[in-house]
Each structure stands twice: as C-alpha cells, then as structure tokens.
Design a protein around this ligand. Sequence first.
Ligand SMILES: *Cc1c(COP(=O)(O)O)cnc(C)c1O
Length: 227
Amino acid sequence: MDTQTTNHPGLAEVRERVAAAEKEAGRAAGSVRLIAVSKTFDAEGIRPVIAAGQRVFGENRVQEAAGKWPALKAETPDIELHLIGPLQSNKARDAVALFDAIHTIDRDKIAGAVAAEMARLGRSPRLLVQVNTGAEPQKAGVLPEETDAFVARCRSVHGLTIDGLMCIPPVEESPAPHFALLAKIAGRLGLESLSMGMSSDFETAIAFGATDVRVGSAIFGTRPPLV
Ligand SMILES: *Cc1c(COP(=O)(O)O)cnc(C)c1O
C-alpha cells in the first residue's frame, strides 16, 4: 500500500485537536472517527485531504455526492463515505449504493425504503437514527421521546440494525445538553455510535462520548454560501 502522505494544515490541526480531546476525556487514542465533511467542495478541493491520508468523508446531499465521489473512490478504493444530510425515499437506492453509513434515518418511510434497497443491492451501510434533540419544527429527526419506539420499529418492522444516534443541536443553544441527551438515549438503547459534534463543538461532543465527529469548515476552510 502507498503510505506516502502530504501535509494538509487544516486536517493536521483537527486531527491534533481530536487526539487532545480524546486524551482529555480519558478515552482511547483513535476511538473517535473523524468524518471530513466535504459538501460544496469539488474533487480538486477534496484530493489534497485524501492525499494527506484522510479516508472518511461526509456529504449531506445524495445527488452532489453521486456527482463527485464515484471517480474519487475509483482513485482511492478504501474511502468510507457517510451521508449526514436528509434522505428522501426516492434517493434511497442511490444512497445505499454509494454510502457506507447513513446517519439520517428518521421515519418509517425512509427506514422501509433503505431496507428494500439494501436487500436489492446486497449492501449493508451502517445506519444511525437522527434525533431532533431541540424539537425544532424545521429540523429533521425523530423527537427524543419517540426515539425508543422508532428504533424498535426499525428492527422489528424493517429488519434494520441501528448502530447509533446522530444529532445537530440548535445553533443558538449550548450544545452540551443536547450531546448529553443523545448519549443518554443511546445508552438506554444499548447503541454504540454517537454522531455528534461539528467544527465549532467537536471537542465538547468528544467529552460527551461522540464516536463520530462531523467536521467540515475547520478542515476545508469556509464554505461558499449556499444559493
Ligand atoms: C455541514 C455539516 C457539518 C459540518 O459543519 P462544519 O461546521 O463545517 O464543521 C456537520 N454535520 C452536518 C449534518 C452538516 O450538514
């Protein structure tokens, strides 16, 4: 295997901060999976981060990811791709075909569509349920009080193995109580993975037990504004 890597300052700094946060929290080195969120960046912007050794990437739109990742995956076959944005059932096939993990299972229609495509394509992406910890009307995710029943239905009705939970705390609030709530729900359900923490708060998330942190701008720089 080619182990030559080039330096990428943004990635190097985030890796150091993740390692420091693991140590500070008394957690094993390497216990947190760093997902480099490459949404809005094209292949030219992503290749230097791959060249620096990063293999786990996150995207929030199926269509955007389907446009740029098949070629990048062909260049570097051990890429692991995570869907961290909302999924529509008519995109379930593309999502199951392309992604190695889906963090945003949040309703029966999606759970059923993903289950059907997994059976059809013979692929088993790792699955997480998104929880709307702030009960924000505009935000995706199941409500905290509905999470236990929904995870149970994913198993019993849809035959899905749920690996963990994901949340995006309200922007205007302190994230810590949201991370604590997600960890508490996952704990009582016996779920191992906690996808929480972004550029502004991943160290806090690691202190609360995050296993997957989703970091975009701290690695790639500021994203162009969405149009
Ligand atoms: C964009 C995005 C991120 C990364 O955000 P940054 O603040 O750039 O680190 C993380 N999670 C989700 C769901 C996102 O859409």
